[in-house]
Ligand binder design. Sequence first.
Ligand SMILES: Nc1ncnc2c1ncn2[C@@H]1O[C@H](COP(=O)(O)OP(=O)(O)OP(=O)(O)O)[C@@H](O)[C@H]1O
Ligand SMILES: [Mg+2]
Length: 238
Amino acid sequence: MTRTSGTAVLRARGVVKSYGPTPALRGIDLDLAERELLAVTGPSGSGKSTLLHCLAGILRPDAGEITYADRALGGCSEAERSRLRRTEFGVLFQFGQLVPELTAAENAALPLLLSGSSRKEARTAALDWLGRLGVADVADVRPAQMSGGQQQLCAAARALVTGPRVLFADEPTGALDQLAGEKLLGHLVRAARDQGTSVVLVTHAPGVAAYADRELALYDGATDATGLGAGQRIGAPR
Ligand SMILES: Nc1ncnc2c1ncn2[C@@H]1O[C@H](COP(=O)(O)OP(=O)(O)OP(=O)(O)O)[C@@H](O)[C@H]1O
Ligand SMILES: [Mg+2]
């Protein structure tokens, strides 16, 4: 029996997605348990970002079903899905996607402001997360004046500031040096453990996957032949 049975917070069944004639996902099943850290690995073009975007309700699959807390995302309106992303999910995109006109602190505060927090509350929480991630010094700087790594850390602060139930992170350490990358992963792991947040972590790097409880390997839009990738590679960081 796997640790994901019964208590899945997020569940995918038979998820298929193509971009025109290009198939990106060919029928993906997964269960994400409470507090679980699932690493999604696979070569470039294997469908990792597409899967993450489907799971987070950003992309609609062509077929299959994704349920969050027993609610089918396919049955939710655009507005309901965007509300879910604001209140229940944190999304850390592969390319940061900060709002260029806003400073780091304003970017990090945004999800709280959109959910009705006061400006003061939102700024305090944003500064707290920027500090924890080691980028408090760029709080009042706009993305164009930040390094790629600083932008990614700021995006991480924005994704964590609401204490999401599920955090979706796409290559969160890609633009960071090893030390900063490990620090960020440490925060992701701690956020997951302390706040009861489940994490879906997309990564190329085997060292990053080692932080996870379980690994789902994608090859050409499908999970590996056995579907066991999981479980086999559980372990402590090397
Ligand atoms: N917007 C798009 N339009 C057309 N094809 C796309 C689009 N996005 C992705 N694809 C294709 O879908 C497949 C899966 O892409 P995806 O971005 O999910 O891969 P990935 O595993 O995240 O890759 P990487 O590791 O390079 O980020 C690839 O063949 C890619 O070329
Ligand atoms: Mg990708």
